[in-house]
Design a protein around this ligand. Structure first.
Ligand SMILES: *Cc1c(COP(=O)(O)O)cnc(C)c1O
Length: 476
């Protein structure tokens, strides 16, 4: 299996090479030359596998350049009990109204990013060793994405992480989670400034190509194809577990629908891959919050990204995105995998700032199964309260967006799965607003609050950051 660019300007490359690059060299995104097909028979044959075993099979269809025994070891390590103490790794939990939660936040940072990042940490270490390269990850976080990267890359050979966070603006728990890490290759830097200042520092250093090359700077952001591929696994897993109780003869093409709380379109893109590969998914329902650019796209066919200034800060903050970086990979399929047409659409984004595919809108649902909806703060509060009243279960605000939109798309006889993208413990404020109680913190995480913290405080100063990185970056 080889990988090419959505915009057509890249020589086919093997999987492990795509892990180390951000964008494709022509500014597009890497995609598989074609998606693998999984027959009903093969799918049924995977039913007895545990999560790591299933991950080896599914990822193995994409990562054909990684030896099978090596890949199996990576999946065992990524999805082992040390990272995912919950039996089964991804538990399915029915709630009320024909909806079932798919638990993707059992990992070390209590959010679904762990599912992909833990595999990527393993795969990066392998790809770096094989190519004799190193990677110094430079990132900025307002709390959540940085911690998943740190937990995935801590202690890995050939990698260091330099993670900027705004001084005094993270919750006590977020600080404890990141700053309590003791591995030498993890560098937490608290910048005297806000999140945008941190991001500007990252841009300043990454934009200096000489510095970037000299210190092998890179990112592990949401367009990384390794993350998309690792996320495909749990769509297979969820379908298998949702159909376990059916008589064998009824399983084959039994359809489920899946609702995905979405921001950068990474998670649901993996669902689109899984459906295209043969997982019987009827509807892929995109749930947006008040930043509903993608809901607009799936209802009208017109895509109008908004600027950061027009992006609301909401109570489901990980979905506060108005320019969905992974959408390009879906639109590529929508335009018949035609790189020239795709590139023309993205030129319209650079020019007028939008493109209009409304002429093809019926195909969004008919051919690809997409549907969408929007959820607001009031919806989140009402949904957290209603699910708690009906079942005693507390969902986090992102999952609540999913449940709210899912309920609008439930069809008789079709199980509706909602991907649970985070644990409520991370969002105590809205939980208190909804049910008048604290969500509670798992015991092993509560202990983090008492551990010594390792963080370097720094002025908002690019020169100081350069020196810091130059002195500590891993070298080949
Ligand atoms: C990242 C994130 C999302 C959005 O996922 P995308 O892949 O960006 O669409 C939703 N919920 C939570 C909790 C997240 O961390």
């Amino acid at each position: 299996m080889k990988y090419i660019s959505t915009r057509g300007g890249m020589d086919p490359a093997p999987f492990s090479e795509t892990l180390l690059e951000g964008l494709a060299p022509d500014g597009g995104l890497t995609i598989p030359e074609r998606l693998p097909d999984v027959s009903a028979e093969i799918l049924e044959g995977w039913r007895g596998l545990d999560y790591a075993g299933l991950a080896t099979e599914v990822i193995g269809l994409f990562a054909t350049d990684i030896p099978r025994d090596e890949l199996a070891r990576m999946c065992r390590d990524a999805y082992g009990p040390e990272n995912f103490p919950t039996a089964g790794v991804v538990p399915l939990t029915p709630i009320d109204g024909g909806v079932t939660l798919v638990g993707l936040s059992e990992g070390p940072t209590l959010a679904f990013k762990d599912m992909a990042m833990q595999f990527l940490g393993q795969a990066l270490e392998y790809a770096l060793a094989r190519s004799g390269r190193v990677l110094n990850v430079l990132g900025a976080t307002s709390g959540d994405t940085g911690s998943a990267a740190e937990y995935a890359l801590r202690g890995k050979e050939g990698v260091a992480v330099f993670m900027l966070s705004p001084q005094g603006r993270m919750s006590a728990f977020q600080r404890a989670q990141m700053y309590s890490l003791t591995e030498d290759n993890i560098h937490n830097i608290a910048v005297a400034g806000v999140f945008d200042d941190c991001q500007n520092l990252v841009k300043a250093l990454s934009g200096d190509l000489a510095f970037k090359r000299a210190h092998s700077l890179g990112t592990v952001n949401s367009i990384n194809l390794g993350r998309i591929v690792a996320q495909v696994v749990y769509y297979f897993w969820a379908w298998l577990r949702a159909t376990d109780a059916l008589p064998v003869a009824d399983r084959g093409d039994f359809e489920v629908s899946v609702t995905v709380p979405s921001g950068n379109f990474g998670n649901i893109l993996s669902g689109h891959f899984a459906k295209s590969m043969g997982v019987p998914i009827r509807r892929l329902v995109l749930a947006a919050n008040e930043n509903n650019v993608l809901d607009d796209f799936f209802r009208t066919g017109a895509y109008r990204p908004r600027s950061a200034a027009d992006t609301h800060a909401t109570s489901s903050p990980s979905m506060d995105i108005s320019k969905a970086s992974n959408l390009e990979r879906f639109v590529y399929d929508l335009v018949g995998r035609d790189p020239e047409r795709l590139a023309a659409l993205w030129r319209e984004l650079d020019g007028p700032g939008f493109f209009d595919l409304s002429a093809e809108l019926p195909r969004f649902a008919e051919e690809f199964g997409f549907a969408s909806g929007t959820s607001t703060h009031a919806d989140r509060v009402a949904t957290i309260r209603a699910v708690h009243a009906a079942t005693g279960i507390v969902v986090d605000p992102h999952t609540a967006d999913g449940v709210k939109v899912a309920r609008e798309h439930v069809e008789p006889g079709v199980p509706m799965l909602v991907l649970e993208t985070a644990k409520p413990a991370k969002f105590p404020e809205i939980v208190r607003e909804a049910i008048g109680e604290d969500p509670g913190m798992p015991e092993h995480l509560a202990e983090l609050l008492g551990l010594p913290q390792h963080v370097t405080e720094m002025a908002d100063d690019a020169a100081e950051l350069r020196d810091f990185i130059a002195a500590r970056a891993v070298t080949p």
